[in-house]
Write a protein that binds this ligand. Structure first.
Ligand code: AMP
Ligand code: GLY
Length: 433
């Protein structure tokens, strides 16, 4: 029997998930809600408000879907998995993702830090403070050395981490956060030690007992070339990460991945989904910067193209608690994605500009849609991050050439992209190699 699947979300990540699921012979109908013009190439888009679980339930019943893949974190942190598991009418439908308790790994920085301490998972030293403890927080800041890292406990649309080098500014920021700068997300603030090193994103899938490592990736978070300017959702990614060699990945697996899964099990936390760990490589030792309970964007656009397994088969095994029987096969090729954004991103952008050249991109590159919309005149921009162009190749240089060749074909008013995705790791990779 074929499986009908509903994907929730509307970005490049969801387009990549749709693209990958569509390749499965086990797939029946594929739906994406709300989706975008890219997901519409592989799935039927359905309109939905992702915070309305009743509406999602109606879609699942109407379209007879037995699997829901949740792209973004909010529905998971708000408890969509628990909502489905408590409703008899939905008992046939498996939601890929953690229970609300498990989603706290992303939904509460304080929970994530104490979870790591309980299970001896390496992370920066920290303390957390509430508004009643502002003065203690400031005293604690004075004991730290700069730069000072302040994190709003809850979800703050990717803006809740502030790093400052001046003690007075850090104290002011702590006060502003605790007094509501990020709303309820800042009711508690984590202050932690600054870790210096190179970051990477490690992904795994777990059924709460066993786990399988997915390809790792490096995300380019800053808007400008050379890692300058404002933080964004991610301007590009590469996979694999050349500096994450076998020795390093063994440490990641032994010190971080295995204890995380064992910790979830020990605490009785139901978790059947993806884990994305932001890791800092500090002189060859891995430290956790953050957990996310979903796949990354734009990392998914390089992770899934390298995964040779049938993703739906893998998710079906996950639903049956049989993940341990699966063998993951990863392509040795490099994958790179370049995000094409609208001028002004990550701040205010103009929308509605016609995107030209999409039909000129040839077979070797894949264009994943993020902020696009279909209107009478064609496909137009509708957000900050507009497209992610992915290419694979036997070397990073070849993948880069294909990706940037295709990026150059795409035109719209105010088109912006980084010109240096992959350059840093290519230099390091060459040195290592
Ligand atoms: P997050 O929202 O937790 O991903 O944090 C945003 C970014 O802040 C991370 O990607 C890191 O680049 C940086 N960051 C977070 N925590 C630390 C830390 N303890 N030391 C150094 N950089 C950090
Ligand atoms: N690219 C980082 C994230 O998805 O959170």
């Amino acid at each position: 029997m074929k499986t009908n699947v509903l994907i929730l979300g509307s970005g490049g990540r969801e387009h990549a998930i749709a693209w990958k699921l569509k390749q499965s012979p086990l797939l029946g109908q594929l739906y994406c809600a709300p989706g975008n013009p890219g997901t519409a190439l592989h799935a039927v888009n359905l309109s939905v408000d992702l915070s309305d679980f009743e509406e999602i339930k109606r879609l699942v019943l109407k379209y007879d879907t037995s699997m829901v893949v949740v792209g973004p974190e909010e529905p998971l942190v708000r408890g969509i998995v628990d909502y489905f598991s408590m409703d008899k009418e939905l008992s046939h439908c498996f939601v890929v993702g953690p229970s609300q308790a498990g989603a706290q790994l992303e939904g509460s920085k304080d929970f994530a830090k104490s979870f790591m301490n309980r299970h001896h998972i390496p992370t920066a030293a920290y303390r957390s403070f509430t508004v009643e403890q502002i003065n203690e927080g400031i005293t604690f800041l004075k004991t730290m050395s700069p730069p000072y890292v302040l994190k709003a406990d809850g979800l703050a649309a990717g803006k809740g981490v502030v790093i400052l080098s001046d003690l007075n500014e850090a104290a002011q920021e702590l006060r502003a956060m605790l007094e509501g700068k990020f709303g309820a997300a800042g009711n508690r603030v984590v202050i932690e030690e600054y870790l210096s090193g190179i970051e990477l994103s490690v992904f795994f899938i777990t059924d709460g007992k066993s786990y399988k490592l997915l390809p790792n990736a490096k995300d380019y978070k800053r808007i400008g070339d050379g890692d300058t300017g404002l933080n964004t959702g991610g301007m590009g990614a590469v996979s694999p990460v050349p500096f994450a060699d076998q020795t390093f990945m063994k440490k990641v697996e032994e010190r971080i991945v295995a204890p995380t899964v064992a910790g979830l099990q020990k605490e009785g936390i139901d978790y059947k989904g993806f884990v994305f760990v932001g890791i800092m490589n500090c002189c060859g030792d891995p430290y956790v910067i953050e957990y996310n309970v979903r796949l990354g964007d734009p990392e998914t656009e390089v992770v899934l193209p390298r995964l040779k397994n049938d993703l739906l088969a893998l998710l079906l095994s996950l639903s049956q608690g049989k993940l341990a029987l699966e063998e993951l096969v990863v392509s040795p090729e490099y994958a790179i994605t370049v995000v094409i954004a609208s001028e002004g991103y990550p701040q205010t952008v103009q929308k509605g500009y016609l995107i030209e050249g999409l039909d000129q991109v040839q077979g070797d590159a894949i264009v994943f849609h993020a902020g696009t919309k279909c209107v009478d005149k064609g496909i137009v921009t509708s957000g900050g991050r507009v497209l992610a162009v992915t290419a694979t190749g036997p070397s990073l240089a070849q993948a880069l050439e294909i990706a940037y060749g295709s990026v150059g074909l795409i035109r719209f008013k105010g088109v912006y992209y980084r010109k240096d995705i992959g350059n840093d790791v290519m230099k390091k990779g060459e040195l290592n190699g």
